[in-house]
Design a binder for this molecule. Structure first.
Ligand code: PLP
Length: 413
């Protein structure tokens, strides 16, 4: 079986033929290829309208199970969103003032998320988190920020066991996700903000426990810190966000990705008294500005997207995700191995690898799935969208079962 040609760009090299590999995953096990330097950004995709299908330049077809890392909730190009964008474009691309779509999108966000009384738009989830932290330190007049190991709040706010070199140099202390006792030992009145994803995404698709979130809520209140939920990804799991699902409400929420209907988007909002610090009429020393914060393109797409999204659609995508997770986990049980485990919640599935060959295993799965026409995130990531159907899940799972048989069926691990 031939692996497809993946066309890559950068450094003057425009195409690289990844190779032709026999049906067995064995050559991959020898480490001929390494997926580490291969990312979805490196591959030129030609999506087919709103179908969950990518065509790579050589004509090979892939089922998209990444959904632009959760942002493509409405598929590649939903016709209603596309029409709304086109119509808005016809009215003017660069208008430079508030518009009706901006107001409508703000209302739809306020209606969905109980803790958001006022909201401001920006261009990415990274910006939303950056502004939320700046706002929290300003309002509380404190500096320390409690974040969590493996938290990802965007390109400039990310952690493994330490802040990454690109992380904005706030005075961070890092708790351990879902570890109440350890986190309790870090609490003090010096903390300005606690920022947490109700389900860590990039850090392994791990869902917070309600007890952990409630503990953070109580800790923030007790220490006069602001609790920030980063719902850039998790808000897609419930019509009221994971805050609504867990019934634990933050002071500030950050949003992004699909809520803008597809184009670049970010938003942050919450308590009136906190958000008012950014209101120009209060001549506050901190500002939130940005040329494209309310660009007509995103605002129109977001309004159209909000009309499409319903509880029922969210729950359909969630139940397909549950099917993926259950399918993977029950196959691993059948092979009596814990080397692969599916995590996450609803439409967001993490695939975790363990054991001494975990990096190999991860690469093997990624390439194997590609060979069967299934594109998943190479770190072990599946994000379903509203255009996925049962037949797509069957293709994904059948491919996974074939992989499991090749890897675990014949050899002892
Ligand atoms: N927060 C979370 C939880 C994310 O997963 C991401 C992106 O993946 C971001 C923030 C950053 O959003 P953006 O990529 O739009 O800057």
């Amino acid at each position: 079986k031939n692996y497809p040609a993946l066309v890559r760009h950068g450094a003057g090299v425009f195409s690289e033929f990844i190779g032709s590999i026999p049906g067995s995953v064995a050559p991959l096990m020898l480490g001929i290829w390494n997926a580490d330097d291969l990312d979805h950004n490196d591959v030129i995709f030609e999506p087919e309208t709103d179908e969950v299908k990518y065509i790579i330049s050589d004509g090979a077809e892939y089922l998209d199970c990444v959904s632009e890392y959760s942002a493509a909730m409405f598929g590649h190009s939903n016709p209603k969103i596309l029409a709304a964008i086109q119509e808005a474009m016809n009215r003017g691309i660069n208008l430079g003032g508030p518009g009706n779509d901006e107001v409508a999108l703000a209302h739809s966000i306020k209606d969905r998320f109980r803790s958001i009384a006022k909201v401001r738009f920006c261009n990415s989830g990274s910006e939303a988190n950056t502004m939320a932290l700046a706002l929290a330190t300003h309002v509380t007049k404190k500096k320390k920020i409690l974040a969590f190991e493996n938290g990802y709040h965007g390109g400039f706010i990310q952690f493994d066991s330490n802040p990454s070199p690109t992380t904005i140099p706030h005075d961070f202390v890092l708790g351990r996700f879902n570890d109440i006792e350890y986190t309790r030992s870090l609490l003090s009145d010096e903390i300005a903000a606690i920022i947490v994803e109700p389900m860590q995404g990039a850090g392994g698709v791990s869902v917070a426990t309600k007890a952990f979130l409630q503990f953070l809520r109580d800790a923030a209140t007790k220490h006069k810190a602001l609790l920030i939920f980063d719902e850039v990804v998790t808000s897609r799991l419930h019509i009221n966000g994971l805050q609504g699902y867990f019934e634990v409400y933050p002071d500030l929420t950050t949003l992004g990705k699909y809520i803008g209907g597809g184009p670049s988007f970010g938003a942050f909002g919450g308590l009136v008294e906190v958000m008012e610090a950014l209101d120009p009429k209060h001549s506050s020393p901190i500002h939130h500005s940005g040329t494209y914060n309310n660009n007509v393109f995103t605002m129109a797409a977001g309004v159209a997207a909000a009309k499409i999204l319903t509880k029922e659609k969210i729950s359909k995508a969630n139940s397909l995700g549950d099917k993926v997770r259950d399918g993977i986990n029950s196959a691993m049980k059948d092979y009596n191995t814990q080397l692969i485990e599916a995590s996450g919640m609803g439409s967001m599935v993490g695939v975790r690898f363990s054991g001494p060959a975990q990096a190999r295993l991860r690469d093997c799965l990624f390439f194997y799935m590609l060979s069967r026409g299934v594109y998943m995130g190479k770190r072990g990531f599946v994000s379903l969208n509203l255009t996925h159907e049962e037949k797509h899940i069957d293709q994904l799972l059948d491919s996974f079962y074939a992989f499991a048989q090749e890897v675990f069926g014949n050899c002892k691990w």
